[in-house]
Design a protein around this ligand. Structure first.
Ligand code: NAI
Length: 335
């Protein structure tokens, strides 16, 4: 099938080309993100392949349908950037990659926890500068500490398994319990109890209308003073300005972000010669107890290889008129 592949970097092409050797699709790569301006590039393509910063809203979908597109194949697990209602109305099928490597993201969350706790980011700079002082680097044993996991699907469960190995006490909040987590000893509680009792909180639920700004000023008023907050899921799960305020008064002791609510304007690009205009984001970068990575949780060779395989298999299945089970439909989400 001819596929218009948006938002491609050299590494995306490398893994898609390798996987495509046994699929034989005609992949046409576009570096630009999918938007109202770039949607005409997809004219004449039956399938469009998109990533997390591609805008797949109603105006874009209407243009895609006008150009003959029937399938949007996401190279991501998250699909908050797609207007599923519009896709359904326009009879466009949307497929995603539900679980390409929960390890990649869960391990990145653990990396953020460990680096923040022991100040490794600061220690690295200090030692290279001949400063061997330990002031300000005091951490705590993870063993015995309480970690609250919000969202215990594939990634949340994997994180729970890793942290169980550290000897952490695990609390979770989810709209449905995961039996594997219960078996592991995770205790499901209401969000308020998780906020009040956790020494570290890690977010692993999808971004939906219900979870938008789940961590806002009201939630932050309930946390244990000095809590560590980790978000590797989607930026808009937290109200960034409220988090900045909580960092300033010490309610948040440390913050690790792999996602940011306005990241579309920043992440995946080299802006080192540009004056960044986003003052909230730049304020975040001034805190010694904050680490931001640019949406790299998924970025392992294993994950990229699985993403490429599943995406091309999803397209193949659609071409044969069959269902892959990876369709994202609004009815299924409601059900
Ligand atoms: P999943 O679908 O396996 O698990 C999501 C869990 O969140 C489910 O257990 C679900 O019941 C729960 N959930 C849904 N609504 C909720 C609510 N209102 N409150 C609490 N829990 C709720 O998804 P998976 O694979 O674990 O991924 C989680 C998220 O991680 C994705 O939605 C995506 O946004 C993000 N992600 C980030 C990546 C990165 O590179 N940083 C890469 C891959 C995913």
């Amino acid at each position: 099938m001819r596929v218009a592949v948006f938002s491609t970097k050299p590494y995306d092409r490398q893994f898609l080309d390798a996987a495509n050797e046994h699929f034989g699709h005609e992949l046409v790569y576009f570096e630009s993100a999918l938007s109202e301006e770039t949607a005409p590039l997809a004219s004449g393509f039956w399938a469009v392949c998109a990533f997390v910063h591609d805008r797949v809203d109603r105006p874009v979908l209407e243009q895609l349908v006008g150009g003959g597109t029937s399938l949007v194949a996401l190279r991501s697990a998250g699909f908050n950037n797609v207007d599923l209602e519009a896709a359904g109305n326009l009879a466009i099928t949307v497929v995603h990659v539900p679980a390409y490597s929960p390890y990649a993201v869960a391990e990145h969350a653990v990396a953020l926890i460990l680096v923040l706790n022991r100040g490794i980011h600061r220690a690295h700079g200090r030692v290279r500068d001949g400063n061997f002082s330990l002031n300000g680097l005091l951490g705590f044993d993870l063993h015995g500490r309480t970690v609250g996991i919000v969202g215990t699907g594939a990634i949340g469960e994997t994180l729970a398994r890793i942290l169980a190995g550290f000897g952490c006490v695990l609390l979770a909040y989810d709209v449905r319990e995961n039996p594997a987590c219960v078996e592991l000893g995770v205790r499901y509680v209401e969000l308020d109890e998780l906020l009040a009792k956790s020494d570290a909180i890690s977010l692993h639920c999808p971004l939906t209308r219900d979870t938008h700004h789940l961590i806002d000023a009201e939630a932050l008023a309930k946390v244990k003073p000095g809590v560590m907050l980790i978000n590797t899921s989607r930026g808009a799960l937290i109200d960034t300005q409220a988090v900045v305020d909580a960092l300033k008064d010490g309610r948040i002791g440390s913050l690790g972000l792999d996602v940011y609510e306005e990241e579309d304007e920043l992440f995946f690009e080299d802006l080192s010669n540009v004056v960044i205009q986003d003052d909230v984001f730049m304020r975040l970068l001034t805190f010694p107890n904050v680490i931001v990575t640019a949406h790299q949780g998924y970025f392992t060779s294993d994950a990229l290889s699985n993403i490429a395989e599943t995406t091309l298999a999803n397209i193949d299945t659609f071409e044969r008129g069959e269902r892959s089970g990876n369709e994202v439909e609004i009815e299924r989400l409601r059900g």
